[in-house]
Design a protein around this ligand. Structure first.
Ligand SMILES: *Cc1c(COP(=O)(O)O)cnc(C)c1O
Length: 573
């Protein structure tokens, strides 16, 4: 019985809201890092028995399936998935208005089970019901699809529909509502509105006391370091989608001027706000000087991201690692040869996948570089190919290398699509010497294979655009060092020559301004003079670096530590 009470809905204290949520590779309810982080967050909360419930949208047609032709032209297809195979429909219904029309919302449930058996219920909201208008049935179909109106409708379903659904399901004792990025900000308006409705005077405006009470309940995590990345809506769209009462309340709170900025809504109505790495916290404080903004550096869920061969090695030497991510600190006691043998197996699995999907046979002995992330221009995925002759010379003088790429461009991002084409051109130009492959349809599964199986994880974003980045943390858990621009989490995880290597330097604790030519030069220099010689000529030193990656970075950049910090700083305060 002592166990049971925590499973009851009215004992849940934390509600976690996220537009996207990556739980398994089969459920296309995420697009990239934000959704995968949300999934890892929930897994860690289940491990730590945090009394949480989570809410997202169903995304019946997913984000997109990526097809690439031989020139690297991307086309997209919707994803059709058998929702019933993964989720259970709930009988509860929430009722709301969208664009002045009644909309009925239902929820599909999946339980995430933690290490000790504790369960976190996750609800995916769905408006595709015969009661709804044709246009509103489609609101929970496409993740990041459609126009501004479609997005705002989705955010309304998530924020307002989500709170109402929790109430319909009997979650009446929630003490904290966590908004994972501004997409969920409208939940705070619903909490204000709940107070108005309970007060008996339907025309009452929110008082200072109402605003304070809502603030105490809300937590906001911002993920975007550039102003343009923040969710904004034009006023005509706002008037079309939201109700006048909500708009009036937002005006009174100064969250609307010539646009509705969701970040301001969330900032204004939260008692705790954080960025997702130390540097990102600093940048956010500069962007939003009127607000107190802390930082909690992201992590990844250890059991999810360690490859099966490395899991075996850890099981043999650090038997507590599955329940206690901090114990990865003991990785220095793993015999180098055993770690290496695990790595070789994981690399074979990856190269087997490469061969099956692209028909390219890569060399298991050759130094293998991985680069996978959303194909957005600021990530500068093509920087590695800025000087093809230099790359050929490095190959001849320092040793064989090969490169594995993956990543989807947003369907409407022409710049991102160009990037993929440029990588295909470089692939063609280098084909007599250096093997380059681009794995299609990057997802959780491909990411697991890649961050488990390459020899080096490369990252070249333009600072300060990378709020955190998490794929390098996944690599570190598998003992794979990073070569990366000093941005996001890497500023904290980087120890030169011990956990990996930097591109660019720091001046007074801040990364030097991006200079593409200089960055590319440093990338090549480190490859030629430091990393390849270490790999080919001082293998046992390279294996030491691998152990440090797990001991220093795997033991810290995980969601167990991250969740403990949310509990301490944001949830139970
Ligand atoms: C981890 C992950 C990401 C995030 O990687 P970044 O380093 O933040 O770019 C994106 N997509 C998938 C599928 C992932 O698993």
């Amino acid at each position: 019985m002592a166990e049971d009470y925590r499973y009851m809905n009215d004992q849940r204290k934390i509600a976690y809201f996220s537009m996207e949520l990556g739980l398994t590779a089969e459920m296309p309810t995420y697009s990239g890092g934000l959704g995968v982080l949300a999934g890892d967050t929930i897994r860690a909360a289940a491990d730590l028995k945090v009394p949480m419930v989570a809410v997202a949208l169903l995304h019946r047609k997913g984000y997109c399936r990526q097809k690439l032709d031989e020139h690297g032209n991307q086309s997209e297809e919707p994803v059709n998935w058998a929702i019933e195979d993964y989720l259970t429909p709930m009988p509860a219904r929430a009722h709301m208005k969208v664009e002045g029309r009644d909309v009925v919302v239902r929820a599909w449930q999946r339980d995430i089970v933690g290490y000790g058996g504790f369960k976190i219920p996750v609800y995916f909201l769905d408006t595709d019901l015969p009661e709804n208008d044709e246009t509103h049935r489609g609101l929970t179909h496409h993740l990041y699809g459609g126009d501004e109106r479609y997005r705002l409708c989705q955010e309304k379903v998530l924020g307002i529909g989500g709170v109402r659904m929790l109430r319909a399901l009997g979650f009446n004792e929630i003490e904290r509502f966590h908004m994972n990025e501004g997409h969920a900000a409208l939940l705070s308006c619903e909490l204000l509105d709940e107070r108005r409705r309970s007060g008996g005077d339907p025309d009452r405006k929110p008082s200072e006391e109402d605003v304070e009470a809502v603030r105490r309940k809300c937590v906001f995590t911002t993920h975007t370091p550039v102003p343009a990345g923040h969710d904004q809506f034009k006023l005509d769209v706002v008037h079309r989608v939201l109700q006048e009462r909500t708009i009036e309340a937002l005006k009174d709170l100064s969250c609307i001027d010539d646009v509705l900025n969701m970040t301001f809504v969330a900032l204004h109505l939260s008692h705790y706000v954080n960025g997702v790495a130390k540097r990102h916290g600093e940048i956010s404080r500069q962007l939003f000087a009127d607000y107190a903004i802390d930082s909690i550096t992201n992590g990844v869920h250890a059991r999810t991201w360690v490859s099966p061969p490395i899991q075996e090695v850890l099981d043999a030497h650090i038997p507590t690692w599955r329940e206690d991510s901090y114990s990865l600190r003991n990785a220095l006691s793993i015999p180098r040869r055993e770690l290496w043998a695990g790595h070789v197996k994981a690399k074979k699995e990856l190269l087997g996948y490469v061969s099956r999907t692209t028909s390219v046979e890569m060399d298991p002995e050759a130094f293998t570089i991985g680069f996978a992330r959303r194909a957005a221009t600021y990530k500068r995925a093509d920087m590695f190919f800025d000087d093809l002759d230099r790359l050929r010379r490095i190959y001849d003088s320092a040793g064989a290398l090969q490169v594995i790429y993956a990543g989807k461009a947003h369907p409407k991002d022409g710049g991102g699509k160009d990037l993929i084409r440029r990588i295909f051109q470089a692939k063609e130009a280098l084909k007599d010497k250096i093997k380059v492959v681009y794995l299609p349809d990057y997802d959780i599964r491909v990411c697991r294979l890649m961050t488990g199986g390459v020899d080096l994880w490369l990252n070249t974003p333009e600072p300060p655009m990378e709020a955190s980045g998490t794929s390098g943390m996944k690599a570190a858990l598998n003992g794979i060092p990073s070569l990366s621009v000093l941005d996001g989490w890497w500023i904290e995880g980087w120890i030169e020559g011990t956990t990996g290597w930097s591109i660019g330097g720091m001046i007074k604790g801040v990364a030097e301004p991006a200079d593409r030519a200089k960055d590319a030069e440093m990338l090549y220099d480190k490859m030629e003079y430091v990393i390849l010689p270490l790999y080919y000529r001082e293998r046992s030193q390279f294996m030491s670096v691998m152990r440090y990656c797990i001991a220093l970075n795997g033991s810290f950049f995980n969601t167990q530590r991250m969740m403990a910090q949310y509990v301490l700083k944001a949830y139970f305060t």
